[in-house]
Design a protein around this ligand. Structure first.
Ligand code: GDP
Length: 445
């Protein structure tokens, strides 16, 4: 999901790399490109307009932080705006003070309501609840059986009209289910209602009647994200016809664009509470706007890392570090040691590397780097003479032995460090000439 948008945004950011500061023209170009990316992702026009207005305003006004380069500043702003448009805070289910908590599902046929009922039930069971699934979709011939199947897979009971009693009255079934839940200690009731292929008055009325009969604690509007802009129209129709407290996006696995996810909160004012990403009952999770934004930006948790750096280092330190990276003089082991010490202030090295994007493929190597490694490197560098630190090329065999003895390590450790250092130096040279984006050299990895 969101692949197209991710790709587009990533290329917008990379065109800012290497810039010293954001000019008015850069802001205009960037805003235009982000606008196109959002439109291409099928985000509703009013949402795009407001999003872009915020980006421009903030990019102009943003307190220019020395710790962030222009590309990082724009990423930070876009990330925060994405989180806002996706709803800001994670919205949890509100449980009733007196059980059972009644959750009613509404949405078009095929939106994934019945599947969702099973997913929600399974998730609630895992959270130590005792849900009851209620078949109030009596329109579709197979709906009751389908709910019984998912109920069984989720390990929950299903309340359905007795066979042989004709079609049954869904309002009556819903009402009785609450009593049944009370008597049988179900603390949550999930009511699956009927949907049509399109919005129609009769369906809305039936959903409204069920709502009035059971006064749900949460009405969840279930919508197929793959229908794009139509999701927004349907969402509006259900808001007017039945009303709801939250949205569940289904089939996000099939939606490469993400327009529905990015528009629905803004248009309806209702939070996205859950997301469904496949046909299996496990393919389901609470919707976290911040994690979704960071996925869209394909950045791991880089922003936490950047913010941590901003909080931890004062400007002088940042400048000194930036200085050592951009000065004409070559990067030395002295700089290497200083950077390593700064990085260490941020926290355990494993966590830091884990927050960096693209580190997924390097998981094995990361798990091999630990803080002891860094202690050893520190000891090694401290056992070197200033001349050796400035010009590691002179570290020959006898010097290596002396350094190893002095730092209580092995010659192989000295060899490893020198090799790593030369690699970091090479990477930094590339960064300086602009051919390598991103972060300062990370020792160890
Ligand atoms: P209902 O008519 O609203 O009850 O919808 P169903 O629960 O019967 O779902 C309709 C179809 O969508 C079924 O084939 C489901 O397996 C499928 N489906 C539901 N949720 C998802 C999802 O998140 N991803 C994918 N790929 N398919 C889903």
């Amino acid at each position: 999901m969101f692949e197209t948008l991710s790709d587009r945004l990533t290329s917008v950011f990379s065109s800012l790399k290497g810039k010293g500061r954001l000019s008015e023209e850069d802001i205009a170009t960037t805003a235009r490109e982000i606008r196109l990316a959002l439109l291409e992702a099928d985000v509703a026009l009013p949402v795009v307009r407001e999003f872009i207005a915020h980006i421009k305003e903030r990019a102009r006004g943003e307190e220019v932080s020395k710790a962030l380069n222009p590309a990082q500043q724009v990423i930070k702003i876009v990330n925060e705006e994405l989180i806002a448009v996706l709803g800001g805070e994670t919205r949890e289910i509100r449980f009733a003070k007196r059980p059972p908590t009644v959750i009613m599902l509404a949405g078009l046929q095929g939106s994934g309501k019945t599947t969702l009922a099973g997913k929600l039930a399974k998730w609630l069971v895992a959270e130590r609840n005792t849900p009851l699934l209620v078949a109030a979709d009596l329109q579709r011939p197979n709906a009751v059986t389908q709910l019984q199947v998912v109920g069984e897979r989720a390990g929950t009971q299903v309340f359905a009209p007795q066979p042989g009693n004709g079609v049954g009255d869904p309002v009556e079934v819903a009402r009785e289910s609450i009593e049944h839940a009370r008597r049988n200690n179900h603390n949550v009731v999930i009511i699956d209602t009927a949907g049509r292929l399109g919005v129609d008055d009769e369906m809305m009325q039936q959903a409204a009647d069920i709502r009035d009969a059971v006064t749900p604690d949460e009405i969840l509007f279930v919508v197929d994200a793959m229908i794009g802009q139509d999701a927004v129209n349907t969402a509006q129709a259900f808001l007017d016809g039945v009303g709801y407290d939250g949205v569940v996006l289904t089939k996000l696995d099939g939606d490469a664009r993400g327009g529905a996810a990015l528009s629905i909160r803004h248009i309806t004012g209702r939070p996205i509470m859950f997301a469904s990403t496949g046909e299996k009952l496990e393919d389901f999770d609470v919707f976290h706007p911040d994690r979704m934004a960071s996925r869209i930006l394909d950045m791991g948790d880089m922003l936490s890392l950047i913010e941590q750096a901003q909080r931890t280092f004062d400007e002088a330190e940042v400048e000194r570090m930036a200085g050592s990276l951009t000065s004409e003089d070559d990067f030395t082991l002295e700089d290497f040691l200083e950077q390593m010490q700064m990085v260490r202030k941020l926290g355990p090295i494993g966590n830091l590397l884990g927050m960096m994007p693209g580190m997924g493929q390097m998981r094995d190597q990361i798990s091999n780097v630990d803080d002891k490694d860094l202690d050893r490197i520190t000891a090694l560098i401290r056992s070197m003479t200033p001349e050796e630190r400035r010009n590691p090329k002179i570290i020959n065999g006898s010097r290596r032995l002396r350094i190893a003895n002095g730092s209580g390590t092995q010659v192989s450790d000295v060899n490893g460090l020198v090799t790593r250092f030369f690699e970091a130096q090479k990477m930094l040279r590339k960064m300086k000439d602009g051919s390598f984006p991103g972060m300062p050299g990370m020792p160890g990895a």
